[in-house]
Design a protein around this ligand. Structure first.
Ligand SMILES: *Cc1c(COP(=O)(O)O)cnc(C)c1O
Length: 336
């Protein structure tokens, strides 16, 4: 079956290359259908559910990009999709998800409660012998990781002959995207040679804290980068980070830097992404020296790749303006 996700462009960013002093490429997964990388993993997971598990309906408990991508896949595959959202979900999220033909159910005060209800929906469908449903987790599911890993295969094919990354930057919430990237890096034979740089914001830094403590840390979410708001990393994902033999160097940025990076990226490249995505560009915009050092100064045949994970669907210029003025930033992403 043909993949549901698109092969996205890899572009050279002149402004970021100049800022950091290392050739920097952007993998534009913000151009995927529904505006984020999520459809890579959700596409594989939903196709397998349909073909291998004989499912006819999908359930998601995400009011964010994962729910939107699941609804899109359900629509593409002709499968009934239910998305369970907490009471805190915005009208925009409900409207966008419903516009893809999914049934929107509001249940629970926060994600864990919505997810518990989504699990009961799936159990009921199985025990009743009726329409078999499958729960598509937002980040903790092997089929997802396999789908996400395709982005590294594409990068390898798209980079100019003889160029390999010194470092790959990507945002981390629950760690699904990171796990996909690790798998892709391993497949490319880049494990020892390519640094993986997971990016988080303070108040959503469950991975950085876990790597520091060498055990799974649970945090209270305070960051405005909502798509990074997982209170802990998936168990298998953390184990792969700790024991997989990769060269991983996490970076944590402030909300201010994440929002500022969104504004600068909008000015430089004319595209709107979420603060969750800004987090992976913020080190290049605000910590060029550290980034240059981290990748050994670049050098002949080396470059930086940033996974532009996207998430513009729940963003708007007004929202970004609101964050900027609350944080004391002007519309160029500088301290006003
Ligand atoms: C889902 C998402 C993330 C985090 O991905 P995880 O797999 O949960 O780590 C980051 N940015 C955006 C825009 C997302 O949609």
């Amino acid at each position: 079956m043909e993949a549901i996700h698109l092969k996205t462009p890899l572009i050279l960013s002149r402004t970021l290359s100049d800022r950091v002093g290392v050739r920097t490429y952007l993998k534009l997964d913000n151009l995927q259908p529904t505006g984020s990388f999520k459809v890579r993993g959700m596409g594989v997971a939903t196709q397998r559910a349909k073909l291998e598990q004989d499912c006819i309906s999908l359930v998601s408990s995400s009011g964010g990009n994962a729910g939107l991508a699941t609804a899109y896949c359900g629509q593409q595959l002709g499968m009934h999709t239910t998305v369970v959202l907490p009471e805190t979900a915005t009208d925009l999220a409900k409207r966008k998800i419903a516009s893809l033909g999914a049934e929107v159910v509001v249940r629970g005060g926060h994600w864990a409660e919505s997810n518990a209800f989504a699990e009961t929906l799936v159990e009921e469908s199985r025990s009743s012998g009726g329409s078999k449903a499958v729960l598509i987790h937002p980040f903790d599911m092997p089929d997802l990781w396999e789908g996400h890993s395709t982005l590294v295969d594409e990068v390898r094919e798209q980079l100019p002959e003889g160029v390999t990354p010194s470092a790959i930057f990507a945002s981390v919430g629950g760690g699904g995207l990171l796990m996909g990237i690790l798998q892709g890096v391993k497949r490319a034979g880049w494990r020892e040679d390519v640094k993986v740089v997971p990016c988080e914001t303070f108040g959503a830094n469950a991975l950085a804290l876990s790597l520091e403590r060498n055990e799974r840390a649970e945090i209270a979410i305070t960051s405005l980068a909502k798509s990074l708001g997982a209170d802990k990393i998936g168990i298998e994902i953390l184990a792969e980070c700790l024991d997989g033999g990769y060269d991983i160097e996490p970076i944590v940025v402030t909300d201010e830097e994440a929002v500022g990076a969104c504004l600068k990226f909008a000015l430089d490249h004319g595209m709107l992404v979420e603060p969750a995505c800004g987090a992976s560009m913020a080190p290049l915009y605000y910590h060029g020296d550290r980034v240059r050092k981290l990748c050994g100064g670049g050098g002949e045949g080396r470059c930086i790749v940033v996974e532009v994970c996207g998430g513009g669907a729940f963003n708007s210029i007004e929202m970004l303006q609101g964050y900027a003025s609350a944080l004391g930033l002007d519309m160029n992403g500088n301290k006003a």
